[in-house]
Design a protein around this ligand. Structure first.
Ligand SMILES: [Zn+2]
Ligand SMILES: [Zn+2]
Length: 246
């Protein structure tokens, strides 16, 4: 299987997790799902932090002389699209309907998440361009937050009064952005160091500035502990991959 088809398969899996998160919003029956999603957010935050700081960042520094600057640019790009152009966006369930009714805030939130998701795809593909191990580690980091991501955007659309089909369509659109990101990174394969550095900054933002604040909203210590479990899960995955000879 070629590198591109491997990346595409993983990109499509990430997109499907977005759609699954959207389905939870539009087909919701039981109240346990938001807590389960918070669990994914917490484990995902720990895993993403470890992947960005221990594997993606160092590899990007090795491959690109502009690594540190591009990490900063990646971080700021997400801040620009998710929290500067979009006036109201946060991970998790959107319950602030008053912000969305009669305004176009939902469109800027959707655009912000589409840009973020594009970079999720670029991250996965640049990981696989470097090595299968890095690809699998980055994919695992990304997939852990994809279901909450689809849930987030679908709940934004529901809060904005959009139909259920529209909410699901938004989750699908966010997912497709990751597939486009995989294709874009594969086309720009000659610049994998730069793409990986940008992806490192994006991953740091998503972990530390999107996900951790959601973890900290939860009462009690369970969610906080799950962040450490996410870091442990990173080390376990890395160990398992090396045992497998990857
Ligand atoms: Zn809100
Ligand atoms: Zn994402």
């Amino acid at each position: 299987m070629s590198g591109l088809s491997t990346s595409l398969l993983f990109g499509i899996a990430a997109a499907l997790a977005n759609v699954l998160g959207g389905l939870i919003v539009v087909g919701r029956r039981s109240p346990w799902e938001p807590r389960l999603l918070h669990g994914f957010i917490a484990v995902g935050a720990g895993f993403m932090l470890a992947a960005a700081l221990l594997r993606m960042g160092p590899e990007a520094m090795r491959l690109s002389s502009q690594g540190p600057l591009l990490v900063l640019v990646g971080y700021l790009v997400v801040h620009l699209f998710e929290h500067t152009i979009a006036s109201h966006f946060h991970f998790g369930e959107e319950t602030h309907s008053h912000v969305f009714i009669g305004s176009s805030v939902w469109a800027s939130a959707l655009a912000g998440l589409v840009v973020h998701s594009l970079f999720d795809g670029i991250s996965i593909a640049s990981g696989f361009l470097v090595s299968p191990t890095l690809g699998i580690l980055v994919f695992t980091a990304i997939i852990l937050h994809k279901m909450p991501e689809g849930f987030t955007i679908a709940s934004v659309m529901v809060a904005a009064g959009v139909s259920r089909i529209g909410a699901l369509g938004a989750a699908l659109g966010v997912g497709l952005a990751s597939v486009v990101g995989v294709l874009a990174a594969s086309v720009l394969a000659g610049h994998v160091g730069a793409a990986l550095a940008l992806s490192t900054g994006v991953t740091l933002y998503v972990a530390a500035s999107d996900l951790i604040p959601e973890v900290n909203k939860e009462e009690g210590t369970l969610m906080a502990v799950l962040v450490f479990a996410g870091v442990a899960f990173f080390y376990l995955t890395e160990g398992a991959l090396s045992t497998l000879g990857l």
